[in-house]
Design a protein around this ligand. Structure first.
Ligand code: ATP
Ligand code: MG
Length: 221
């Protein structure tokens, strides 16, 4: 499949259920403008994370369609999907390798300058420099001493380093203090070329969005 260029995302009458349960998302109509920041808020269980999972194609809708421009997601191959989307959640998978290589998986040919720039945006650089072996520190040596916030920032650094045209963030700053959150939100706001979809409970996070979607029981309220 040739490279598909990214465009607005259209969610058209999407209904979704995990099993035979009642639908988690119901007749959802949404539009995400290319290059804009959209915030998604709503009570716990309202379907915010589920919506991001459908955008990542971890699941497909039961009814309705999600399209990038004119192209249904179901017609886009994995290579194009990987190119388009970066996904940041609270659970970051780390490999038994250096911090640097753990970030570099987002762009295998990245230079050290590019990696540093991404880490600065993710407010991670100073912390890495404070480690015994800096960027070469094996994550296994840090092991369980890595905090939730540090893991989260590694995941953010990957997203900044990647060339994904759309970044999906599920509570990306939930474990971060106000200072780190501020740096990261500013960096996200500066990603003018990228489409950003940001799920968050925090009011402070919503300051940078161009559009807010409020979800309630699987619908937009
Ligand atoms: P939170 O703010 O707590 O993260 P959320 O808005 O992200 O909530 P979802 O995680 O999308 O909500 O969950 C929506 C509903 O779907 C919930 O009722 C949840 O229990 C259910 N659900 C989520 N994941 C699954 C799954 N894998 N299998 C079955 N039900 C699920
Ligand atoms: Mg969630």
């Amino acid at each position: 499949q040739p490279h598909i260029s990214f465009d607005d995302i259209h969610v058209d009458d999407v209904t979704f259920a995990y099993q035979q349960d009642d639908p988690i998302l119901q007749n959802l109509h949404l539009h995400f403008d290319k290059g804009k920041v959209t915030g998604i808020i709503g009570k716990s269980g309202s379907g915010k994370s589920t919506l991001l999972k459908l955008l990542m194609r971890f699941y497909d809708p039961l009814r309705g369609v999600i399209q990038i421009g004119q192209t249904p997601l179901t017609n886009i191959n994995t290579s194009n999907m990987r190119h388009m989307f970066a996904y940041v959640t609270q659970d970051t998978v780390l490999f038994h390798d250096s911090i640097e290589n753990n970030i570099k998986i987002a762009k295998l040919d990245a230079t050290s300058d590019e990696i540093q720039a991404a880490c600065q945006k993710a407010s991670l650089h100073d912390w890495i420099m404070s480690l015994p072996e800096g960027y070469q520190t094996p994550v296994s040596e840090l092991g369980s001493s890595l905090s939730g916030g540090e893991r989260q920032r590694i995941s953010l650094a990957r997203a900044f380093l990647s060339q994904a045209e759309c970044i999906l963030l599920d509570e990306p700053t939930s474990n971060l203090d106000v200072l780190n959150e501020g740096i990261i939100l500013k960096a996200l706001q500066n990603e003018k070329e990228r489409t950003i979809i940001l799920v968050s409970h925090r009011e402070s996070t919503m300051k940078i969005v161009n559009q807010t979607i409020k979800m309630d029981q699987g619908r937009v309220s």
